[in-house]
Write a protein that binds this ligand. Structure first.
Ligand code: IVH
Length: 671
């Protein structure tokens, strides 16, 4: 390549990267995947190495971040906040180790301190005389934004350091991030309130920290983890990275529970593999592992290059967000008949796994994200959740890309598809006529938390239904060795194993069986509550809605679902058949059989009590043998009402149900 050509390419790369930087760092609205961005940056870096005369100080490879946004007061960093160099494979790790060994002129193994690379945003915390006086974002590395009021709302950040050797001054650097569970809950909430859904936990953390109203930040599940000391006065600085982190911990600041000292670069490789294996089961997102020279003297000797310290490196994991194209959108029919739009993708590797389908959740979500068939999209998978389409890359959109449309009839059974009022979901009206719904019901029945039928996986269920060998759960227990052995890829041995597993699963428990029926919105916890309350299946089958809402966790909607389920004669037939086949469970000891003072009574608790939380009050009543329900009915013994009780007391008055104040509650319970 000639220099002129290279100049053009370098210029266009810089422009593109600069734009992505602004989208990402300033606007919190990334347009491309991290992986793609990394590729651009690498390409630019390579060209600048090849043509050093074209390197300028304003190149994106030469600076840490993007412009500081103007909403918050600006803060100067006394010690610059640096970034990290990346390594993408073993060879790059070995090169890193060799570079350091050469620089330090040592021929023995170098020691490292290792910890996960959290995917959030870097924050500096300044403690003076043990008090948090300032928190700041990285910004461009020299100056960031003062976000003290927001950071004070993060519960894992101590406002005051603990211990008897609190330093005069301590500046800690670390990552603010959002654990996956909180992230998913936040997005569910945002979706329900028709508000912006965040692309990933890192954007959610950034968006939450940038709020001008600290109340909003406080309502977001952010957390913090320290990874470096930037300044320390009035206390001896430990000689290793690892000990420094232990010191930080001793002041009450969180550090990574996975931090480890490693005695060689080979051990670094093992550590990387260990974390890669754990990655999907962690409760938060990590995008790699950070390795730092453990010896601080050695760190100081090696120093810095413009963008990052020489003594540290981030070994990156395969990206969890990548770009691909939507080939088509199809609709999958679930157990309850709900049609879920699923994007068929040009297969792509995400986080080390090849993905060819991703969920689009529902039609509202497709509209909100404005997704068309043919779009280039960002696809994301994290942990063991189903991959999802995050957003479309609008610049690649062609005019003839079509919006996915909800079919009028079920793609599996051709029954009518309807949308129930007030619900986002569209449903197939086919019920058990629909093979898709039947398959899903059987899959749930066989699953681990339900009847736990070993060897009866999803694929086999589909095969059995497609071959017409089973139509419903009822047919499972009459399968024969002959039928099973006739299936593709099913040897007689596996067929016999499956029959044994079916036989074995007949010894079950009542909660499992209730759960395995797949009644809408009856999960494991509700199934358990139903079993404990009624103790007999027959009692559940015969219960009316009024009785059902007396059970913990059961509100009017779930109660109606349960009654509806047992009203269907097909369902009753299925239950009868499997029980005839020998399915059984041990009896449940009835709490009524134990003589307790409030046996046979039912209470509802409402409003704010002075001396107890509602949960505590409920525990007290239950210990005395009472039932505690969430809704008031004729069968309620009394309503315990604290301050600001609301509609439950009105309902009690209407139904002539006694209302007790806290004093009466204390008398009743003898507290
Ligand atoms: S050390 C001087 N350790 O990664 C070294 N950084 O890509 C400064 N990060 O800006 C960074 N986890 O926001 C370090 N355990 C960890 C980290 C970590 C996440 C972030 C940090 C940094 C970025 C660099």
């Amino acid at each position: 390549m000639v220099s002129e050509q290279a100049l053009q390419q370098i210029k266009s790369l810089r422009d593109e990267i600069n734009q992505h930087n602004i989208d990402y760092h300033v606007l919190d609205a990334p347009q491309v995947s991290d992986q793609y961005y990394d590729q651009l940056l690498r390409k630019l870096h390579e060209l600048e190495v090849e043509f050093p005369e074209l390197l300028t100080s304003d190149s994106p490879t030469q600076r840490v971040g993007a412009e500081v946004s103007e909403q918050f007061e600006s803060v100067q960093h006394e010690v610059p906040m640096l970034s990290l160099d990346n390594a993408f494979d073993e060879d790059e790790m070995l090169a890193f180790n060799k570079r350091l060994s050469d620089l330090l002129a040592v021929d023995t193994s170098l020691q490292y301190s290792a910890e996960p690379k959290l995917d959030g945003l870097a924050v500096s915390l300044l403690y003076v005389q043990g008090k948090l006086v300032r928190a700041a974002t990285r910004g461009d590395g020299r100056s960031g934004e003062n976000i003290t009021t927001n950071v004070r709302t993060i519960k894992s950040v101590p406002l005051k350091l603990i211990g008897d050797k609190v330093p005069e001054l301590l500046e800690v650097r670390g990552e603010v991030y959002m654990p996956l569970k909180g992230f998913n809950q936040l997005n569910d909430r945002q979706r329900q309130n028709d508000q912006k859904v965040f692309a990933n936990p890192r954007n959610a953390a950034a968006g939450s920290l940038r709020q001008l109203d600290p109340k909003i930040t406080a309502s977001r599940p952010l957390t913090f983890c320290s990874y470096a000391i930037a300044q320390l006065n009035g206390e001896v600085l430990p000689a290793t990275q690892y000990e420094q982190m232990l010191l930080v911990k001793s002041f009450g600041l969180p550090i990574s529970p996975y931090i480890k000292q490693l005695s060689s670069i080979e051990n670094c490789s093992d550590y990387y593999q260990e974390l890669a294996d754990k990655r999907d089961s962690l409760s938060f997102e990590i995008d790699g592992v950070v390795f730092k020279l453990n010896d601080i003297k050695q760190q100081n000797k090696t120093g810095f290059v413009s963008r990052a310290p020489r003594w540290a490196i981030a070994r990156k994991f395969p990206a969890q967000e990548v770009m691909t194209t939507i080939l088509d959108v199809e609709f999958q029919v679930g157990r309850t008949g709900a049609l879920t739009p699923v994007a068929r993708l040009d297969p792509v590797e995400v986080g080390g796994v090849v993905v060819s389908n991703a969920t689009l959740h529902n039609m509202d979500e497709i509209n909100r994200k404005d997704i068309r068939i043919g779009d280039t999209v960002i696809v994301r998978r994290a942990g063991d959740v189903i991959p999802e389409v995050v957003s479309a890359v609008l610049k690649d959109r062609k005019a003839d890309f079509k919006k996915p449309e909800m079919p009028a009839t079920c793609p599996v059974c051709e029954s009518e598809v309807i949308q129930q009022e007030g619900q986002a979901a569209y449903r197939c009206t086919g019920g058990l006529v629909c093979a898709a719904q039947r398959k899903e019901a059987i899959k749930l029945f066989a699953s681990r938390k339900a009847m736990d039928i070993d060897g009866l996986g999803d694929k086999l269920v589909e095969q059995l239904v497609d071959q017409g060998l089973i139509n419903s759960i009822a047919d499972l227990f009459s399968l024969t060795l002959e039928q099973l052995s006739s299936l593709d890829r099913m040897a007689e041995k596996s067929a016999q194993n499956l029959l044994d597993a079916l036989e074995h699963s007949k010894q079950t428990t009542l909660p499992r069986f209730i759960y395995s029926l797949g009644i809408r919105e009856v999960g494991e916890a509700t199934a358990l509550a139903l079993a404990n309350y009624f103790t007999e299946l027959e009692a559940v089958e015969n219960a009316d809605e009024e009785t059902l809402i007396l059970v913990d966790d059961v509100g009017p909607v779930v109660a109606a679902n349960i009654v509806h389920f047992f009203d269907q004669s097909e369902n009753e037939q299925v239950i009868e058949t499997v029980i005839k086949a020998g399915l059984q469970w041990p009896p449940i000891e009835r709490i009524e059989d134990i003589d307790l003072p409030l046996k046979g009574t039912t209470y509802v608790i409402t409003g704010t009590l002075e001396n107890y939380s509602r949960q505590q009050a409920a525990e007290i009543l239950k210990k005395l043998g009472a039932k505690v329900s969430s809704s008031v009915s004729k069968k309620t013994t009394a309503v315990v009402a604290g301050a600001k009780p609301g509609s439950k007391v009105d309902k009690a008055n209407k139904l002539n149900v006694t209302v007790l104040d806290e004093k009466a509650f204390d008398e009743l319970t003898g507290n």
